[in-house]
Design a protein around this ligand. Sequence first.
Ligand code: GUN
Length: 287
Amino acid sequence: MVGVKIDGKLIAQSVKDRVKKAVEELKKQGISPCLATVLIGDDPASATYVRNKHKACEEVGIATKDHKLDVNITQSELTKIIDELNSDRTVHGILVQLPLPKQLDEFTTTSRISPIKDVDGLTPHNAGLLSMKKAALVACTPSGVMEMFDYHGIDLEGKNVVLINRSNLVGKPLYHLLLEKNATVLTCHSKTKNLTELCQAADIIITAVGNRNKFTLTPEMIKDGAIVIDVAISRFHEKLVGDSDYDKIIQKASFATPVPGGVGPMTVAMLLKNTITAASLSSQIGR
Ligand code: GUN
């Protein structure tokens, strides 16, 4: 039996509709939510992602500030810019687009962001809070995936979830979010042995490898009725693809996300949601 498409565009729109109303409420209280983005260098994919984030902000009435920095910027110059945004009272959220050029350190950069403006949930403060079930700001892609489960009423309790990613942006936050919902979570990576067998035993597979030359999640690797969330997006044979071929996987899965039009739009929608959360946090502490 063919499974159900988890339509990221549709679910993202429902999140955006809610955010738009929340923005109107905040504006009535004299708070005008604003997201500052920092894009370093000229990577075309990163530039497109940032442009999409600005467009989405505009759609829901969130103001934006756009910082485009030279690819050769030093760590101390970048730190200075982040510090300025941290103390700018008109800015509520700060997003430094990743990956960074090689002279810049990701931890040094992201941990410099004020935790209440950390709309990526990447600071040690917010990552720590997440592991204790206390996070207000959670990484956007993981919270977008959780929103998809929620939208379809998918109960995670007792489910065996295989997560194929261990990054700070995707795998680690998802691990905590899934655990909070009482799923049994197995985090897999490039050194994991018997990945095919582990996937075949999983009720839910969340995959985010992003390199089709190295890895493809095929229908043979999943059990009948499994749920497949494909977080990856990469260019392969001139096409944008995930880790799996949606048309094939949906023949066997009970639910699956397409690429594009799956998790991608959710990441952007959750960024908007985090920006209004950050604006509320700032107003609560009088900043
Ligand atoms: N690069 C790819 N995804 C993301 C994301 O969610 N946040 C940031 N800051 N950079 C990214």
